[in-house]
Design a protein around this ligand. Structure first.
Ligand SMILES: [Zn+2]
Length: 451
């Protein structure tokens, strides 16, 4: 605050053209945003977990259509698509014998089931996924493979790419080698007895085996037991099942632009979540952030380009919403796509994949974001899971990279709940998304991706 007597002495504001000033005003006003948190609070409180293909996800879509319509968006609709739907059952594990004790775990999405009475097998320990890959064919017959590949915390979350492979591929590899079941160390960075759910994939022709993630301390425990040298046997009961083909869907809403020929800017999140927590950081907050930013632009006057908000379905179980959106809309005139799907902690880096001719646009974007503590990065933007098909097809992408330091402490666990969302950091996200939209939706030049 400037004292009145000094205000007269203040230097004039630096020269900025009207467009830059407008972006700055929208950005700074968004630092007071309450929409994003209100949406996140409502999704997590009124809807709770939203597993893809279930009645809970369908209820969330209905709620989303009502909410986005009430917020003033146009062309709000639910675009359904069919989904082979997997649901969790009983999940229980117990070390048997002399060191008898329970283990905390959760079934991976697409896991096969044990018999209702469970199965018992000897644990075969693999420190890494490569060790599992090296196991001779048939060597795991009747055994329970245990892969304890451990990821570490990084700000950009990049360890997930490498260590996530344990979850995505480990079960199919173990199945191919004859294993009766597989346990993996949760793909997570916490030290709590919170198992991390997530999908695995069994290719056509590979029968799913029971596959579960141990909480990190339980993986440590099992490693120590195996390290004692004597055979370790585990009794495992997992009874997930496929409940057939159900409806999932994408919810789409628009801020119609003044100039239809200028194309569409898509901002995405995913409305589905894993079923253990309430999907607060993954990804109710992303839906709150992108809808809040789009609303702030809408309320400030009609943008040049149409802004389309995509609340995708069935991201967690294989990005089926993103694929359905691409199939339905690949003929639309998309000029830019971006997604918020990495929690609600602050944005620290901007990446784009703009063509060299769009360097002035990239510079304006970087200048608009710099006051929020966001630096321009050097990686080409991928856009995010639900818009990656668009970006792969040549649409320009923007990544507003969030601080992922604590993201994988919570990711896909029962602990992914509203109290983990920091309202101040969430507002910084809304300010960044609002500034980004203000720049790109009104940019006078054409926007294209680098070839
Ligand atoms: Zn997500």
């Amino acid at each position: 605050m400037i004292l009145p007597a000094l205000a007269a002495l203040a230097l004039p504001a630096p020269q900025a053209d009207d467009a830059d000033l407008r972006v700055a005003q929208l950005r700074d006003a968004a630092l007071e945003d309450d929409y994003a948190y209100a949406i996140t609070e409502a999704i997590t409180t009124e809807l709770g977990p939203r597993l893809a293909g279930t009645a809970e996800e369908a209820r969330a879509r209905k709620w989303a259509v009502t909410t986005l319509t009430r917020m003033g968006f146009k062309n709000v609709r639910d675009e359904p698509f069919p989904l082979k739907t997997w649901v969790r059952g009983v999940e229980r594990a117990m070390v048997v014998g002399e060191n008898s004790q329970p283990l905390v775990l959760t079934a991976l999405g697409n896991s096969g089931a044990t018999p209702a009475a469970g199965l018992t097998g000897e644990v075969v320990f693999f420190p890494t996924l490569d060790d599992l890959k090296d196991a001779p064919d048939g060597s795991l017959a009747g055994k329970i493979a245990f892969v304890s590949h451990a990821m570490t915390r990084t700000q950009d979350g990049s360890q997930y790419g490498y260590y996530g492979a344990v979850r995505r591929q480990g079960p199919a590899i173990a199945a191919a080698k004859g294993a009766a079941a597989i346990l993996i160390r949760s793909v997570g960075t916490d030290s709590h007895r919170m198992p991390h759910a997530g999908s695995t994939v069994f290719p056509e022709g590979t029968a799913p085996i029971p596959a579960a993630a141990l909480a990190v301390p339980d993986a440590d425990q099992l490693e120590r037991l195996v390290g004692r040298g004597a055979p370790v046997r585990v009794a495992l009961t997992l009874t997930p099942r496929i409940v057939g083909t159900q409806n999932s869907g994408n919810v789409v809403a628009e801020v119609p632009g003044r100039d239809p020929a200028a194309g569409i800017v898509v901002v995405a999140c995913h409305l589905d979540s894993w079923d253990l927590g309430t999907g607060a950081i993954d990804d109710a907050s992303g839906c709150g952030i992108v809808a809040a930013a789009a609303k702030r632009i809408m309320d400030a006057g009609r943008p040049r380009r149409t802004i389309r908000v995509l609340w995708a379905g069935s991201e967690e179980v294989g990005v089926f919403g993103g694929k359905a959106y691409f199939d339905a809309h690949k003929g639309d005139n998309h000029v830019l796509a971006a997604e918020s799907d990495f929690g609600a902690d602050r944005i620290w880096r901007l990446d784009t994949n703009f063509a060299p001719a769009n360097k002035p646009l990239a510079d304006r974007l970087a200048a608009a974001l710099a006051p929020l503590g966001i630096s321009a990065g050097r990686d080409p933007a991928g856009g995010g899971a639900d818009v990656s098909a668009l970006v792969s097809a040549g649409v320009a992408g923007v990544d507003l990279q969030q601080d992922g330091t604590r993201y994988f402490d919570l990711h896909h666990t029962p602990d992914d709940t509203l109290d983990k969302v920091d309202p101040a950091q969430m507002r910084q996200n809304v300010a960044a998304w609002t500034a980004m939209l203000a720049v790109v939706a009104d940019a006078p030049e054409a926007i294209s991706a680098t070839k």
